[in-house]
Design a protein around this ligand. Structure first.
Ligand code: PMP
Length: 284
């Protein structure tokens, strides 16, 4: 395996960053995770758009052009011979002696890119079984729309979910409404077959998989309402699922130990999962 770090492709075991990298000290960094399918990048344009927005929101200088970053992504995928998997890109504000304000000048962002193969069969088996979700209070900050590496609340939530026998956590805001998953967007299907997912805002990440699924919904004329929903409404829903570049459209069959619908992945969820890549962009 090789890893891209600041212009070089290094052996996995030898790659590293400076001890005073601001990504390590302050989580002063953003990232993207993009699906790799048949060796190609899925929805690269949308991932690049979100990455550029995250950088701009934090005032981190874009280290290279979108075209150059795209080459880093595909070259990392190619050198690791990934056909089915993920590519991870992280950009930090750079390395400088520890001090809270942005470093003055002459500090360049750190760029890291890793690619990893995934067992597609394992993921499909997981999708056929569906996953369990546990809900937790949303303890994150007020700008969850920026994809920062400040992921400790998600780490703790996933750990707690695991202890409760669940594979994903759903964050719940102070008013009892689901914001999103720890690493996914949350969806339900109501009794009429209408899809419900929270509208975008500062409380949740604008998922690329979410966005592409919206295209599929309008193409297939499936009714959608973008609004918050409560845990109780989700538990009473006909179907539930989460979306992410990692899990794609992943059926949810239990919430806090209660079966959703008949306790199996819903028909609409399964259809959306199998048709998802018809609308996604594929870049070689
Ligand atoms: N919300 C959060 C908090 C996430 O970490 C992720 C995955 N990165 C998502 C939603 C899903 O986003 P995407 O579809 O772009 O993977």
């Amino acid at each position: 395996r090789v890893v891209y770090v600041n212009g070089r492709y290094l052996p996995y075991a030898q790659a590293g960053v400076h001890v005073e990298d601001r990504g390590l000290q302050f989580a002063d960094a953003i990232y993207e995770v993009c699906e790799v399918r048949a060796g190609a990048l899925v929805d690269r344009t949308r991932h690049m758009e979100r990455l550029e927005r995250s950088l701009a929101e934090l005032g981190i200088r874009q280290p290279m052009s979108r075209a150059a970053l795209s080459i880093v992504l595909s070259e990392t995928v190619r050198r690791n011979r990934v056909k089915t998997g993920l590519v991870y890109l992280q950009i930090t504000r750079g390395a400088a002696p520890r001090d809270f304000p942005f470093p003055r000048s002459g500090v360049s962002p750190t760029v890291i890119c890793l690619a990893r193969s995934l067992d597609g069969a394992v993921r499909e088996a997981r999708a056929s079984a569906g996953i369990a979700v546990a809900t937790m209070p949303d303890t994150r900050w007020a700008r969850c729309d920026i994809k920062t590496v400040m992921l400790l609340p998600a780490v703790l939530a996933k750990e707690d979910a695991g202890k409760a026998g669940a594979q994903e956590a759903w964050f719940v805001d102070r008013d009892g409404f689901v914001t999103e998953g720890a690493s996914s967007n949350a969806w339900i299907v109501d009794r009429d077959g209408t899809l419900i997912t929270r509208a975008l805002g500062h409380e949740l990440l604008p998922g690329v998989t979410r966005r592409t699924l919206l295209d599929l919904l309008s193409r297939e004329k499936i009714p959608l309402i973008e609004r918050p929903f409560r845990v109780e409404e989700a538990i009473a829903a006909r179907e539930a699922f989460v979306t992410s570049a990692f899990g794609l459209v992943m059926p949810v069959v239990r919430i806090n130990g209660v079966a959703i619908g008949d306790g199996h992945p819903g028909d609409l969820t399964r259809r959306l999962r199998s048709n998802f890549h018809q609308v996604a962009e594929l870049c070689r």
